[in-house]
Design a protein around this ligand. Structure first.
Ligand SMILES: [Zn+2]
Length: 272
Protein backbone atom coordinates (compact mmCIF):
# COMPACT_ATOMS: atom_id res chain seq x y z
CA UNK A 1 0.00 0.00 0.00
CA UNK A 2 1.51 3.31 -1.01
CA UNK A 3 -1.30 5.83 -0.46
CA UNK A 4 -3.18 6.99 2.62
CA UNK A 5 -6.71 5.65 2.56
CA UNK A 6 -9.01 8.64 3.10
CA UNK A 7 -12.08 6.47 2.91
CA UNK A 8 -11.58 4.56 6.15
CA UNK A 9 -14.84 4.01 8.02
CA UNK A 10 -13.66 6.43 10.74
CA UNK A 11 -12.91 9.18 8.22
CA UNK A 12 -16.32 8.73 6.64
CA UNK A 13 -17.99 8.81 10.06
CA UNK A 14 -16.15 12.00 11.04
CA UNK A 15 -17.03 13.64 7.76
CA UNK A 16 -20.69 12.70 8.05
CA UNK A 17 -20.93 13.93 11.64
CA UNK A 18 -19.24 17.21 10.72
CA UNK A 19 -21.60 17.59 7.74
CA UNK A 20 -24.60 16.76 9.92
CA UNK A 21 -23.56 19.43 12.39
CA UNK A 22 -23.09 22.00 9.61
CA UNK A 23 -26.56 21.16 8.28
CA UNK A 24 -28.07 21.43 11.78
CA UNK A 25 -26.48 24.85 12.28
CA UNK A 26 -27.81 25.99 8.90
CA UNK A 27 -31.29 24.74 9.79
CA UNK A 28 -31.15 26.70 13.05
CA UNK A 29 -30.01 29.82 11.24
CA UNK A 30 -32.76 29.51 8.63
CA UNK A 31 -35.41 28.85 11.30
CA UNK A 32 -34.32 31.96 13.17
CA UNK A 33 -34.53 34.00 9.98
CA UNK A 34 -38.07 32.71 9.36
CA UNK A 35 -39.10 33.58 12.92
CA UNK A 36 -37.68 37.12 12.53
CA UNK A 37 -39.74 37.85 9.39
CA UNK A 38 -43.13 38.76 10.94
CA UNK A 39 -41.43 41.50 12.99
CA UNK A 40 -40.59 43.31 9.75
CA UNK A 41 -44.29 43.39 8.79
CA UNK A 42 -45.26 44.45 12.32
CA UNK A 43 -42.77 47.31 12.14
CA UNK A 44 -44.16 48.49 8.78
CA UNK A 45 -47.71 48.24 10.19
CA UNK A 46 -46.66 50.31 13.18
CA UNK A 47 -45.20 53.03 10.95
CA UNK A 48 -48.41 53.13 8.89
CA UNK A 49 -50.56 53.35 12.03
CA UNK A 50 -48.43 56.26 13.26
CA UNK A 51 -48.86 58.08 9.95
CA UNK A 52 -52.62 57.43 10.02
CA UNK A 53 -52.84 58.86 13.51
CA UNK A 54 -50.89 61.95 12.45
CA UNK A 55 -53.22 62.44 9.45
CA UNK A 56 -56.31 62.03 11.65
CA UNK A 57 -54.91 64.59 14.11
CA UNK A 58 -54.17 67.04 11.28
CA UNK A 59 -57.71 66.54 9.95
CA UNK A 60 -59.42 67.19 13.28
CA UNK A 61 -57.31 70.30 13.77
CA UNK A 62 -58.53 71.55 10.40
CA UNK A 63 -62.16 70.78 11.30
CA UNK A 64 -61.77 72.56 14.64
CA UNK A 65 -60.47 75.64 12.84
CA UNK A 66 -63.43 75.53 10.40
CA UNK A 67 -65.90 75.41 13.29
CA UNK A 68 -64.13 78.31 15.01
CA UNK A 69 -64.32 80.40 11.82
CA UNK A 70 -68.02 79.66 11.37
CA UNK A 71 -68.59 80.93 14.88
CA UNK A 72 -66.59 84.10 14.14
CA UNK A 73 -68.60 84.62 10.95
CA UNK A 74 -71.91 84.23 12.81
CA UNK A 75 -70.77 86.76 15.42
CA UNK A 76 -69.63 89.22 12.77
CA UNK A 77 -72.97 88.83 10.98
CA UNK A 78 -74.83 89.63 14.20
CA UNK A 79 -72.81 92.83 14.61
CA UNK A 80 -73.36 93.78 10.97
CA UNK A 81 -77.13 93.46 11.44
CA UNK A 82 -76.94 95.54 14.59
CA UNK A 83 -74.90 98.20 12.79
CA UNK A 84 -77.48 98.30 9.97
CA UNK A 85 -80.25 98.63 12.55
CA UNK A 86 -78.43 101.53 14.30
CA UNK A 87 -77.92 103.30 10.97
CA UNK A 88 -81.67 103.11 10.35
CA UNK A 89 -82.33 104.50 13.82
CA UNK A 90 -79.98 107.43 13.13
CA UNK A 91 -82.48 108.70 10.55
CA UNK A 92 -85.25 108.96 13.12
CA UNK A 93 -83.45 110.33 16.22
CA UNK A 94 -85.04 113.34 17.87
CA UNK A 95 -82.59 114.25 20.68
CA UNK A 96 -78.85 114.78 20.92
CA UNK A 97 -78.66 112.24 23.73
CA UNK A 98 -80.34 109.65 21.51
CA UNK A 99 -77.97 110.48 18.65
CA UNK A 100 -74.94 110.09 20.90
CA UNK A 101 -76.18 106.78 22.32
CA UNK A 102 -76.77 105.35 18.85
CA UNK A 103 -73.42 106.70 17.62
CA UNK A 104 -71.79 104.98 20.58
CA UNK A 105 -73.49 101.65 19.79
CA UNK A 106 -72.58 101.96 16.13
CA UNK A 107 -68.92 102.63 16.92
CA UNK A 108 -68.85 99.58 19.17
CA UNK A 109 -70.48 97.38 16.51
CA UNK A 110 -68.02 98.57 13.84
CA UNK A 111 -65.08 97.88 16.15
CA UNK A 112 -66.40 94.37 16.82
CA UNK A 113 -66.90 93.73 13.10
CA UNK A 114 -63.32 94.80 12.42
CA UNK A 115 -61.95 92.69 15.26
CA UNK A 116 -63.89 89.62 14.10
CA UNK A 117 -62.85 90.12 10.48
CA UNK A 118 -59.22 90.19 11.59
CA UNK A 119 -59.79 87.00 13.56
CA UNK A 120 -61.39 85.39 10.55
CA UNK A 121 -58.42 86.36 8.42
CA UNK A 122 -55.99 84.87 10.96
CA UNK A 123 -58.13 81.73 11.04
CA UNK A 124 -57.99 81.43 7.25
CA UNK A 125 -54.23 81.69 7.37
CA UNK A 126 -54.11 78.91 9.97
CA UNK A 127 -56.39 76.78 7.80
CA UNK A 128 -54.10 77.24 4.83
CA UNK A 129 -51.13 75.96 6.87
CA UNK A 130 -53.24 73.10 8.25
CA UNK A 131 -54.34 72.07 4.76
CA UNK A 132 -50.68 71.87 3.70
CA UNK A 133 -49.89 69.81 6.79
CA UNK A 134 -52.86 67.50 6.17
CA UNK A 135 -51.84 66.94 2.54
CA UNK A 136 -48.30 66.06 3.68
CA UNK A 137 -49.66 63.72 6.37
CA UNK A 138 -51.92 61.97 3.83
CA UNK A 139 -49.02 61.58 1.40
CA UNK A 140 -47.03 60.00 4.24
CA UNK A 141 -49.91 57.57 4.87
CA UNK A 142 -49.89 56.59 1.20
CA UNK A 143 -46.12 56.08 1.18
CA UNK A 144 -46.23 53.95 4.29
CA UNK A 145 -49.15 51.92 2.99
CA UNK A 146 -47.06 51.21 -0.11
CA UNK A 147 -44.05 50.36 2.08
CA UNK A 148 -46.19 47.93 4.06
CA UNK A 149 -47.42 46.24 0.92
CA UNK A 150 -43.86 46.00 -0.41
CA UNK A 151 -42.66 44.60 2.92
CA UNK A 152 -45.44 41.98 2.90
CA UNK A 153 -44.58 40.85 -0.62
CA UNK A 154 -40.85 40.86 0.12
CA UNK A 155 -41.25 38.98 3.42
CA UNK A 156 -43.50 36.37 1.82
CA UNK A 157 -40.98 35.80 -1.00
CA UNK A 158 -38.17 35.39 1.50
CA UNK A 159 -40.29 33.14 3.70
CA UNK A 160 -40.94 30.84 0.76
CA UNK A 161 -37.25 30.72 -0.14
CA UNK A 162 -36.27 30.00 3.45
CA UNK A 163 -38.96 27.36 3.80
CA UNK A 164 -37.63 25.72 0.66
CA UNK A 165 -34.11 25.86 2.09
CA UNK A 166 -35.31 24.39 5.36
CA UNK A 167 -36.90 21.53 3.49
CA UNK A 168 -33.68 20.86 1.58
CA UNK A 169 -31.62 20.93 4.77
CA UNK A 170 -34.16 18.63 6.41
CA UNK A 171 -33.79 16.12 3.59
CA UNK A 172 -30.00 16.36 3.75
CA UNK A 173 -30.13 15.87 7.50
CA UNK A 174 -32.23 12.70 7.15
CA UNK A 175 -29.91 11.39 4.45
CA UNK A 176 -26.84 11.97 6.62
CA UNK A 177 -28.40 10.49 9.74
CA UNK A 178 -29.17 7.29 7.84
CA UNK A 179 -25.50 6.98 6.89
CA UNK A 180 -24.20 7.34 10.44
CA UNK A 181 -23.81 4.39 12.78
CA UNK A 182 -26.74 4.49 15.29
CA UNK A 183 -24.48 4.27 18.38
CA UNK A 184 -22.31 7.18 17.24
CA UNK A 185 -25.45 9.09 16.25
CA UNK A 186 -26.95 8.58 19.71
CA UNK A 187 -23.73 9.81 21.34
CA UNK A 188 -23.67 12.81 19.03
CA UNK A 189 -27.34 13.65 19.75
CA UNK A 190 -26.76 13.45 23.51
CA UNK A 191 -23.86 15.93 23.33
CA UNK A 192 -25.87 18.24 21.03
CA UNK A 193 -28.71 18.22 23.57
CA UNK A 194 -26.27 19.36 26.30
CA UNK A 195 -23.88 21.59 24.38
CA UNK A 196 -25.67 22.80 21.26
CA UNK A 197 -23.02 21.24 19.03
CA UNK A 198 -21.72 17.69 19.14
CA UNK A 199 -18.47 17.61 17.23
CA UNK A 200 -15.46 19.95 17.11
CA UNK A 201 -12.12 20.07 15.34
CA UNK A 202 -8.89 19.68 17.28
CA UNK A 203 -6.56 22.50 16.31
CA UNK A 204 -3.20 23.62 17.77
CA UNK A 205 -3.68 20.99 20.48
CA UNK A 206 -6.95 22.63 21.49
CA UNK A 207 -10.59 21.64 21.25
CA UNK A 208 -12.21 24.28 18.99
CA UNK A 209 -15.52 23.61 20.76
CA UNK A 210 -14.39 24.86 24.18
CA UNK A 211 -10.87 26.21 23.54
CA UNK A 212 -9.37 24.02 26.23
CA UNK A 213 -6.00 22.36 25.67
CA UNK A 214 -5.82 18.68 24.75
CA UNK A 215 -3.53 16.21 26.49
CA UNK A 216 -0.59 15.14 24.26
CA UNK A 217 -1.81 11.56 24.23
CA UNK A 218 -5.27 12.60 23.05
CA UNK A 219 -3.71 14.90 20.46
CA UNK A 220 -1.58 12.05 19.13
CA UNK A 221 -4.59 9.74 18.91
CA UNK A 222 -6.51 12.42 17.02
CA UNK A 223 -3.63 12.76 14.58
CA UNK A 224 -3.91 9.04 13.97
CA UNK A 225 -7.51 9.54 12.87
CA UNK A 226 -9.42 8.62 16.01
CA UNK A 227 -12.65 10.23 17.12
CA UNK A 228 -12.52 11.01 20.85
CA UNK A 229 -14.35 12.98 23.49
CA UNK A 230 -12.93 16.28 24.73
CA UNK A 231 -12.09 15.95 28.45
CA UNK A 232 -13.45 19.44 29.12
CA UNK A 233 -16.66 19.79 27.14
CA UNK A 234 -17.36 16.20 26.12
CA UNK A 235 -17.74 17.03 22.43
CA UNK A 236 -16.43 14.55 19.90
CA UNK A 237 -13.11 15.82 18.61
CA UNK A 238 -11.26 14.98 15.46
CA UNK A 239 -8.24 16.12 13.56
CA UNK A 240 -8.61 17.39 10.03
CA UNK A 241 -5.37 16.97 8.07
CA UNK A 242 -6.74 19.23 5.34
CA UNK A 243 -6.61 22.17 7.73
CA UNK A 244 -3.27 23.95 7.70
CA UNK A 245 -2.30 24.79 11.25
CA UNK A 246 -2.53 28.47 12.12
CA UNK A 247 0.86 30.06 12.77
CA UNK A 248 1.53 30.65 16.43
CA UNK A 249 1.43 34.25 17.64
CA UNK A 250 4.84 35.48 18.83
CA UNK A 251 4.17 35.32 22.56
CA UNK A 252 7.48 36.94 23.59
CA UNK A 253 6.59 40.26 21.96
CA UNK A 254 3.38 40.56 23.89
CA UNK A 255 3.88 42.25 27.27
CA UNK A 256 1.85 40.55 29.94
CA UNK A 257 -0.29 42.98 31.89
CA UNK A 258 -1.68 40.51 34.39
CA UNK A 259 -0.12 39.31 37.62
CA UNK A 260 2.85 41.67 37.77
CA UNK A 261 1.29 44.48 39.74
CA UNK A 262 0.34 42.32 42.69
CA UNK A 263 2.67 42.85 45.62
CA UNK A 264 3.02 40.01 48.03
CA UNK A 265 2.05 40.73 51.66
CA UNK A 266 5.42 39.36 52.84
CA UNK A 267 7.31 41.87 50.62
CA UNK A 268 5.18 44.76 51.82
CA UNK A 269 5.71 43.66 55.41
CA UNK A 270 9.50 43.44 55.04
CA UNK A 271 9.85 47.23 54.84
CA UNK A 272 7.82 48.05 57.94
ZN1 LIG B 1 -13.91 20.76 24.28
Amino acid sequence: MYAVDFETPMNVLIENLAKLQAVELERTRVSQSIRALPAEVTQAELLLAEAQQAAAAANSELEREDRLREKIEREAETHRKKAAHFREQQDSVTTTAQAEAIEHELTFAKAEIERLENEEYASLERTEAQETALAAARAQVERRAEDLEETRVNVEARRQKLAQLLEEFGAEREMLRKQIDPDWLARFDRIVANRGTGIARGENQQCTGCRMGLRPQIWNQLREGELLNCDSCGRLIYWDDRMTPAPKAPQAEKARSDGHAIRRPSQAGAHS
